[in-house]
Design a protein around this ligand. Sequence first.
Ligand code: GCO
Ligand code: CA
Length: 261
Amino acid sequence: MSLFDLSGKVALVTGATHGLGLAMAEGLAAAGATIVINGRSSQDKLDNAVANLRSLGYNASGYLFDVTDEAEVDKAVNTIESEVGPIDILVNNAGLIKRIPMLEMSLTDWNEVISTDLTGVFVMTKPVVRRMIDRGHGKVINICSMMSELGRSTVGAYAAAKGGLKMLTRNMATEWAKHNIQVNGIGPGYFATEQTAPIRVDGHPFNNFIIERTPAGRWGDPEDLQGAAVFLSASASDFVNGQILYVDGGLLATIGRPSNE
Ligand code: GCO
Ligand code: CA
């Protein structure tokens, strides 16, 4: 299906040594893309993830850099484009969460979340999109969250960053659409990853709460994101711009239900 074919495309997925990033990288690879994954701190983890993708028969490589460091990012984009090829698809997935009540959260913690989850996307996207504009096409996918729409106690900084990322997505789409660049977001619902492991423990009240709160009645499997990632990377979405596609088992569609229903 050529509408969804990514053969010949290079996709960079940030924060993709594990979890949702790695699952999306795999999905793009399965659709034909050459994959570049990024990690921030562990060369070993990065090498393992690349080896894994290669063992599945995919064309993959990895680059270690920090998406919040402008000089490192500029250098990495240069190196990737000369060693692998022009980046056609950028998935801004790198992010972190700190679950701390707001009045107990230090400014240092706040700044760390905002700088990775929001500012990092600004820093990462600029050098990539400059080159996309020169080439006349490109796809950017920003990984948003339920917290782009909803609040929850203890995740104030994360919600502020992910809500900001939704608006940054719309603004990027506004500025670059005329260059044939599509910028969209994916908003994952509650997924079974390392990030949610502490709140997914069997018997943990939050675990039951999420299963009941989600119409599909389960946590998302990272593979549930692959279809959305391929769609927003492929020519099938060439006139879709500035949208956030929520992949949430129906969570945002509903107010929830009383316990006797
Ligand atoms: C939390 C969760 C969420 C999710 C996700 C939801 O503590 O509420 O970790 O923030 O990870 O981003 O879409
Ligand atoms: Ca995981």
